[in-house]
Design a protein. Structure first.
Length: 277
């Protein structure tokens, strides 16, 4: 009996030592925390300069319908963008682009590639959660970008009552989209990431399995909180696209356009779509 207790105690010490060495290896050689920070920065929208540059570089290409959008061209442009603008960001080499289907539509997203031992913690399933979160955030930021681009395209035009009302509604839409993204970034992503990092940086009772579980819980929680709203967000996007189409008709009244949306219906539609968010 005593021999069994002593053996069990020795096994626990061995397991603890092996686990400690494994965690040290993951941190030092395979840079676990650096990869987590890269995921936070580049797939969870914490690097504003990166995303602004990406928006400006890829926006015209991404405005095409998915039928005309070629993934090879998108990959080539994305690689050129990060290599020329962020040559010293080594973790960006793990990024790739993908068109992911949502409700039958192909939408742009980023994927983060992990190989080797780290995949035992940063599993493919949890990394897909990041891609889906990125997809929704990018969709909102791309809408916001198009709103402000339309303002740049119209600010030099002659002011009249219709243009003034369009300007006010455009501003309201742009601010609402910015606040929506900021809420996701601060209240959901940043708060969750700080709790997660605090949990894994405390080495007490932490092992590979618990790290994998904690990371999966973190990633899945983000997906639930943000992607759970995707239908409402896409509905909001449909209203904004109608606004941009209406603005185009108003800007060129002499051209032959067909458009059934009236200005008086645009703001109520926008408020209705925005309210659930």
């Amino acid at each position: 009996y005593l021999w069994g207790i002593e053996t069990e105690s020795r096994l626990k010490i061995i397991v603890k030592d092996v686990n400690s060495n494994l965690l040290t290896l993951m941190s030092n050689k395979y840079m676990l925390e650096e990869h987590l920070k890269a995921l936070h920065q580049f797939l969870l929208f914490q690097r504003g300069d990166f995303f602004q540059h990406l928006l400006e570089f890829l926006s015209k290409m991404l405005s095409q319908t998915s039928y005309h959008l070629q993934i090879a061209d998108l990959k080539s442009s994305f690689t050129f963008c990060i290599n020329t603008s962020f040559p010293h960001e080594k973790m960006l080499q793990n990024l790739d682009v993908k068109l992911m289907k949502v409700d039958g539509k192909e939408e742009f997203t980023l994927v983060y590639n992990i190989e080797g031992p780290l995949s035992a913690i940063l599993t493919s399933t949890s990394l897909e959660c990041y891609s889906r979160v990125f997809q929704v955030l990018w969709y909102i930021k791309h809408l916001e970008y198009k709103i402000w681009q339309s303002w740049l395209g119209n600010k030099m035009k002659k002011s009249d009552f219709t243009n003034h009302r369009l300007t006010l509604l455009r501003s309201e839409m742009g601010v609402a989209l910015k606040h929506l993204v900021d809420r996701y970034l601060v209240e959901v992503i940043d708060a969750s990431f700080k709790r997660f990092m605090k949990e894994i940086q405390s080495r007490d009772n932490v092992h590979v399995d618990s790290l994998r579980t904690a990371h999966s819980k973190f990633a899945e929680g983000l997906e639930t909180a943000i992607c759970g709203d995707h239908e409402k967000i896409f509905k909001l996007g449909d209203v904004i696209r109608q606004f941009l189409s209406f603005e185009l008709v108003s800007s060129y009244p002499s051209r032959s356009f067909t458009h059934t949306t009236t200005f008086s219906s645009l703001r109520p539609m926008f408020i209705e779509a925005l309210t659930p968010l």
